[in-house]
Design a protein. Structure first.
Length: 131
């Protein structure tokens, strides 16, 4: 046993203790760094989730605005009600979620339109309908 005591000296113990502290410190620093990286990744994922939700909300609002301006899938139709005294009242009915703007109504008596009309007159009517 005397030989081991001669071989192990105080500087060797201090060096071994220092090496152990370096390894333990490195291990501890790596754990903290990984913990910080995980925390940062979780915060970033949460931020991206919120950002994605807000982007979807903005997209929905943009669609709503577009549909409100263009009328979306809304439409209207006209029907005639009896107002009494041999009078007919035109009634315009709106169907759909969004408002309609700049509605143009053209009434054509198809019986009179087809009788005695020249081709020019029909072309004028057709071209005005396309507008």
């Amino acid at each position: 046993m005397a030989q081991i005591d001669d071989y192990i000296t105080v500087p060797m113990i201090l060096i071994a203790l220092g090496a152990f502290l370096v390894v333990a410190g490195s291990f501890w620093a790596t754990l903290r760094e990984n913990r910080d990286k995980i925390q940062f990744a979780n915060e970033r994922a949460e931020f991206e989730k919120e950002l994605r939700a807000k982007s979807e909300e903005i997209a929905k609002l943009n669609i709503f605005i577009k549909e409100s301006i263009t009328g979306g899938d809304s439409y209207c139709y006209i029907y005639f009600g009896d107002a009494g005294n041999n009078m007919i009242t035109p009634i315009i009915h709106h169907e759909g979620k969004y408002p309609l703007y700049d509605i143009t109504i053209r009434l054509i008596d198809m019986d009179l339109w087809g009788e005695g009309q020249k081709e020019n007159d029909q072309e004028k009517i057709n071209s005005s309908i396309k507008e």
